[in-house]
Design a protein around this ligand. Structure first.
Ligand code: HEC
Length: 102
């Protein structure tokens, strides 16, 4: 029993780490309605985005603004509408998470 509860605690700790928190935030903020990690939906997959901006120092700044205000013309004819429900700090967290998908 003791071993089991230690395992359970470990799982809870792992599940509430930063990666999970960001994935959860992306769900809550409706990002996953148009994006998936592995494949293109309405918008590009998060892995494609991470690959495109790999090594660009100002990517987080630039993309955070774009997440909040929306934008178009980088990935194709479909624009991303503004996401006014996302704060600047949340946008940054989300973009850092997107760019960490490999
Ligand atoms: C209504 C659909 C939709 C929703 C909701 C949406 N996106 Fe997008 N997203 C798009 C489309 C379409 C593009 C491609 C825009 C372009 O070509 O410039 C895009 C592009 C992006 C990019 C890359 C921008 C670039 O300039 O390369 C990021 C990062 C991104 N979305 C993150 C998010 C996050 C985070 C959320 C949630 C807050 C979100 N998106 C919600 C449709 C959406």
């Amino acid at each position: 029993m003791k071993l089991l509860s230690v395992l359970a605690l470990g799982l809870v700790a792992a599940a509430s780490g930063p990666a999970f928190a960001s994935a959860d935030l992306a769900q809550k903020k409706n990002c996953m309605a148009c994006h998936a990690i592995e494949k293109k939906l309405v918008g590009p997959s998060y892995k494609e985005i991470a690959a495109k901006y790999a090594g660009q120092k100002d990517a987080v700044e630039k993309l955070s603004v774009k997440v909040i205000k929306g934008g178009a013309g980088v990935w194709g004819p479909v624009p991303m509408p503004a996401n006014a429900q996302v704060s600047e700090a949340e946008a940054k967290t989300l973009v850092e998470w997107v760019l960490s998908q490999k």
